[in-house]
Design a protein around this ligand. Structure first.
Ligand SMILES: [Zn+2]
Length: 79
């Protein structure tokens, strides 16, 4: 699946709008292209896959931030 506007396979799930509900009923989920920023719909299975990948990345980033704060705390408040 590529962007119908610029052809890149890189896009992320978009925030749902009220107008997306009829498309959801047809198992289509809105996504936004990372390159040209156009909004379009993809099949729900691909969207769920994207969501999962995004969640994993967010978890990794959150863990990284926690690590950073932890080491910062240790340097600022030595025991
Ligand atoms: Zn595009």
């Amino acid at each position: 699946m590529n962007c119908p506007y610029c052809g890149t396979p890189k896009f992320r799930t978009s925030r749902l709008r009220f107008a997306d509900i009829p498309r959801l009923a047809l198992l289509q989920f809105p996504v936004r292209c990372r390159l040209c920023r156009e909004r379009f719909s993809v099949g729900i299975s691909l969207a769920l896959h994207l969501l999962q990948a995004q969640r994993v990345r967010e978890d990794e980033e959150a863990a990284l931030r926690r690590e950073k704060y932890k080491s910062k705390d240790q340097t600022e408040h030595p025991v």
